[in-house]
Design a protein around this ligand. Structure first.
Ligand SMILES: NC(=O)c1ccc[n+]([C@@H]2O[C@H](COP(=O)([O-])OP(=O)(O)OC[C@H]3O[C@@H](n4cnc5c(N)ncnc54)[C@H](O)[C@@H]3O)[C@@H](O)[C@H]2O)c1
Length: 434
């Protein structure tokens, strides 16, 4: 049996900090508080509900993940956030309209006590929003230092043993990486020069890493996925990862596409369209912000289907993704997928998927799992990109970008569980024997 890794115990309090206190963050916080008071079940969360098989099937060892690895307890979590609009988590939850009043009532006092700190916000990256409570400073480096001061203050005031940060703020406009993102030096010089190519989310990522706080990016814009950030995370010994929570339509895509491929069924086209009416939808209505989302969504099918290996099955796929802002729907998104497949002798068939989902209900448990697993990774001595958490992301970061990301949700799940087994000194489960 392999030796287990030394993992520091999850003693004391864990502060979960979210840049962004909107629909996802407030639904996550309200849900954790409800679970804590036994008013809800943590559905959708692997850390709370999933079991992990150990050894061969006949051994019958199937503990809960949370009993197998030393995760922070929900009772030890404290919440913090930054937002330029929402004043506190209760107001954010009411604006988002995801949870009903009866569910908010039981936790309203605690939600109201989660007060948003002033944000590092720049409208040129999110043109649809007007920020009211925004930090000002002499330079972007000054703003980063103000965030680091917020982090330290939060740590002391809440008596936190450890912190993690999960980006739950609006999707920023699409911009390519540039030479300012190349090295730690060029990025720090860019911060001092207030280089316009540095986005607010990159300032948060920098502040988190410099404070020794693991950072996960739940949005599609580039944040910690830049060479300077990866180098900084390696240097500072901090785990990072991203990007874009894998929920909704992309979740369905990464469930269905591996199934089609496993049966060697061909794919000619995949047309996906969505309507949603929350603030996220409003932000994504701007083509520049939608471009970030489009890029993170489009990579999925190609990497799963490997057209290079299977040109006759997957070499000619039209993949289209649309998102339309439609206020009546609020957070209750509706997605339609038309999938044109072909089978034996090339005969065409169609699959239609109509997913009436709730975006933040799907995303909230991912925030919880990411917070707990990133904290675990830090205590296990991990640093840099955490590929084993690709399971949670639409466009997972890789430590070696030339290898490409793994999108197949089943492979991602095996990798996640085998990583936990390895850290705890258990054999990986390959399903090749009993
Ligand atoms: N809900 C999902 O299923 C899902 C899936 C994948 C990704 N995401 C991403 O998660 C993010 C949050 O989604 P949401 O539905 O909660 O959106 P939301 O609009 O309800 O909340 C985002 C919040 O971020 C705030 N914000 C904007 N810029 C900020 C900054 N620089 N600093 C701090 N706060 C800032 C906004 O004021 C807003 O309150 C979005 O980027 C979205 O694309 C959501």
């Amino acid at each position: 049996m392999p030796g287990s890794r030394s993992i520091a115990p999850a003693t004391g309090r864990l502060g979960v900090l979210t840049p962004g206190l909107g629909a996802v963050a407030s639904t996550f916080m309200a849900g954790v508080l409800a679970v804590r008071s036994n008013n809800a079940a943590p559905i959708g969360s692997l850390t709370q509900m999933a079991h992990i098989r150990l050894g061969s099937r006949e051994e019958g060892r199937n503990p809960l993940i949370k009993d197998f690895v030393p995760l922070a307890s929900l009772d030890d979590i404290v919440f913090g956030a930054w937002d330029p609009i929402s004043a506190n988590a209760l107001e954010a939850a009411r604006t988002a309209g995801v949870l009903e009043d009866r569910d908010l009532a039981a936790v309203s006092g605690e939600l109201e006590g989660i007060i948003a700190m002033d944000a590092v916000f720049d409208q040129s990256w999110v043109s649809r929003l007007e920020g009211a409570r925004v930090k000002t400073g002499n330079s972007k480096m000054d703003l980063a230092q103000q965030l680091m001061a917020d982090i330290e203050r939060f740590r002391l005031e809440n008596d936190c043993d450890r912190l993690v940060m999960v980006w739950c703020a609006s999707t920023e406009a699409y911009r390519e990486l540039s030479d300012v993102h190349a090295t730690i030096d060029s990025f720090e010089q860019g911060l001092r020069d207030s280089d316009e190519r540095i986005s607010p989310s990159q300032i948060y990522a920098y502040a988190a890493i410099m404070s020794g706080v693991p950072y996960a990016n739940g949005a599609p814009n580039l944040s910690c996925d830049a060479p300077c950030m990866v180098a900084l995370a390696e240097r500072e010994g901090v785990p990072i990862g991203g990007r874009d929570f894998k929920t909704g339509q992309t979740l369905m895509k990464t469930i269905l596409a591996p199934g089609l491929k496993s049966r060697m069924l061909g794919l000619r086209g995949w047309y996906s369209t969505n309507i949603l009416g929350n603030r996220d939808g409003e932000v994504l209505d701007d083509p520049e912000n939608f471009r970030s989302k489009e890029v993170s969504k489009l990579g999925v099918i190609d990497t799963i289907l490997e057209p290079g290996l299977y040109p006759e099955l997957y070499g000619n796929v039209d993949h289209v993704v649309r998102i339309n802002y439609y206020p009546p729907r609020g957070d209750n998104k509706e997605g339609w997928d038309n999938i044109d497949i072909f089978g034996w002798m090339g005969y065409p068939m169609q699959i239609k998927v109509n997913f009436l989902c709730r975006d933040s209900i799907l995303a909230a448990p991912l925030v919880l799992d990411l917070a707990l697993f990133f904290d675990l990774a830090a205590r296990a001595g991990e640093k840099g990109v955490q590929e084993w958490l690709s399971f949670y992301f639409k466009a997972p970061m890789t430590s070696d970008p030339s290898l490409g990301a793994e999108h197949d949700i089943f492979i991602q799940q095996i990798k996640l569980k085998n990583t936990l087994r390895e850290w705890m000194g258990e054999e990986p489960v390959t399903h090749s024997e009993a």
